[in-house]
Design a protein around this ligand. Structure first.
Ligand code: NAG
Ligand code: NAG
Length: 493
């Protein structure tokens, strides 16, 4: 089991022991000579669509001829990709994947990969310190392009992963003119969580800073990815802690199938998901994931945050709507475990009537949605508690676009625990209406029992069907949902 943890345990153990005895040289005086390119250690490889996986041509600050030699396109936008800490001293496999996806989406662009591998191949704490120098190198590089070519920095988009995200932030804070955009891909947590904004990625570093947080497990000082929001828009897919398809069970299954070669990959699975989500946004233009502003992960899980009013929702990744509010905006979404990651989000709200008063914990339900385009059956949901005459709101997701919702089927499963009371009691409650709100379609619909006005959902018995209510005046009737409506509005604000 320990072998699994090579990558991050390695870094965290070292971190907690405080082994940082070898201090790297810190940047010298900020008012350094502008055109001194001699101190630059990072290399800037302009990759090509033909050879996305190798550094074939370097843009060298101070050497203008390298610009034409590498076929840098003056009129196109430029992506600058900055890698993170490396165990092997080599580029990780995601680098060519991201380069390739960027060129697929923007064939005329310049994709520059920053090589700071030698500094990234150190003790984690040393490499973390080096991000300041790397950022400085990148800033010098950008200023050089700007001075040499009059290259507009509003065509500059930096993409930094892990430690690279902070290097991008430092770069953005040092360029003479503010760059257009920085995308932070799961910015590193250790030593940065409580660091001053000037030494890490922050919203001041570019006109627009968007951040994906995908591996923020554990206490803040132990988390691989930074937990606090550090951009204008901070997205926490699946809550941000860790990602579907990345848990230990999946990992062991994969090891059984493919052998130990992929262990490193599995340990970093959630961390690297940030990159894959961005690649997904580049490649699947017609399947853009939506994100929703929410005060907390818990409120999102209840389906309370699917509103798009006043920029409350946005698109994940490349086509993000560049909304800048004064404070960082925390956004949430669910995803699939594989690419394309997009899912469709629904809030389901239901009031459970019964004459008798009772409460049950952790009750499993199956919900099926049928729409004009498709259907999604047996979506499992567990309600932490069900209680008489209470309204419940929860989030369900479908992988397919069902279109306009026409019908909903729900059944109440028996949990696995045997209970004597099951012998003589059939738990059931009455449902008069089910309200469903679609995040992607921004539509609300009220569903009524297919057979008659009342319907009884019995535990461990067959499903109950709900269809679009005919009489819409009824939908505002006395069904106990009004109070909940108010709670929702409150939570959204
Ligand atoms: C440079 O990019 C522009 C689009 O930004 C494109 O029209 C042009 O063909 C490119 N030039 C070269 C030499 O590839
Ligand atoms: C639940 O509400 C219904 C209708 O408002 C009422 O008839 C019933 O007595 C209530 N049940 C309990 C246990 O209070």
């Amino acid at each position: 089991m320990l072998a699994l943890c090579v990558w991050w345990i390695h870094c965290l153990i070292a971190f907690s022991r405080g082994l940082a005895t070898t201090e790297p040289t810190t940047p010298s005086s900020p008012a350094e000579k502008v055109n001194d390119y001699s101190k630059i250690e990072s290399k800037f490889a302009l990759r090509t669509p033909e050879v996305p996986d190798d550094d074939t041509c370097y843009l060298v600050p101070g050497q203008a001829e390298t610009i034409s030699h590498c076929n840098f396109n003056h009129t196109s936008k430029t992506f600058v990709v900055i890698h993170g800490w490396t165990v092997t001293g080599m580029y990780e496999s995601w680098v060519p994947k991201l380069v390739d996806a960027l060129y697929k989406r923007e064939p005329d662009s310049n994709v520059v990969v920053v090589d700071w591998l030698s500094r990234a191949h150190q003790h984690y704490l040393v490499s973390a310190e080096y991000t300041q120098l790397v950022g400085k190198d990148v800033a010098t590089f950008i200023d050089w392009l700007e001075e040499e070519l009059n290259y507009p920095v509003d065509k500059m988009h930096l993409l930094g992963y892990s430690l690279g995200a902070h290097a991008a932030g430092i770069a953005g804070s040092l360029t003479k003119k503010k760059i257009n955009r920085i995308t932070g891909l799961d910015p590193a947590g250790p030593t940065f969580e409580y660091a001053d904004a000037t030494t890490r990625l922050s919203p001041d570093d570019a006109n627009f800073v968007d951040v994906l947080h995908t591996y923020t497990r554990g206490s803040p000082d132990r988390s691989i990815g930074i937990q606090q929001p550090v951009g204008h828009v901070d997205i926490y897919p699946n809550g941000g802690n860790f990602q579907p398809g990345c848990n230990l069970g999946d990992a062991l299954l994969l090891i059984a199938e493919r052998g130990l070669g992929d262990v490193d990959q599995l340990v970093k699975c959630s961390h690297e998901r940030s990159i894959l989500l961005f690649i997904d946004s580049l490649l699947y233009d017609e399947k853009q994931s939506m994100t929703y502003r929410c005060s907390s992960k818990e409120a999102f899980e209840k389906g309370l945050c699917l509103s798009c009013r006043k920029n409350r929702c946005n698109t994940l990744g490349y086509k993000v709507n560049k909304v800048r509010s004064k404070r960082s905006t925390k956004m949430y979404l669910k995803t699939r475990a594989q690419m394309p990651y997009k899912v469709f989000h629904y809030q389901v709200k239901v009031h459970l009537f019964d004459r008798q008063k009772w409460t049950m914990k952790n009750q499993p339900f199956l919900v099926s949605l049928y729409g004009t385009k498709d259907e999604s059956e047996n979506i499992a949901i567990t309600l932490p508690e069900v209680s008489t005459n209470m309204t419940y709101s929860f989030l369900i997701c479908t992988e397919v676009d069902v279109g306009e919702l026409l019908m909903l089927k729900v059944s109440w499963e028996k949990d696995s625990y045997f209970s004597w009371s099951d012998w003589w009691t059939t738990y059931a409650f009455e449902i008069r209406k089910i309200r469903v709100k679609s995040g992607e379609r921004q539509k609300k619909i009220v569903l009524c029992p297919k057979d008659g006005t009342h319907s009884h959902l019995k535990r461990g018995k067959g499903p109950v069907l709900f269809v679009k209510c005919f009489d819409h005046t009824q939908s505002k009737s006395h069904d106990g949902l009004q109070n909940n409506q108010m709670v929702e509005t409150k939570l959204e604000n």
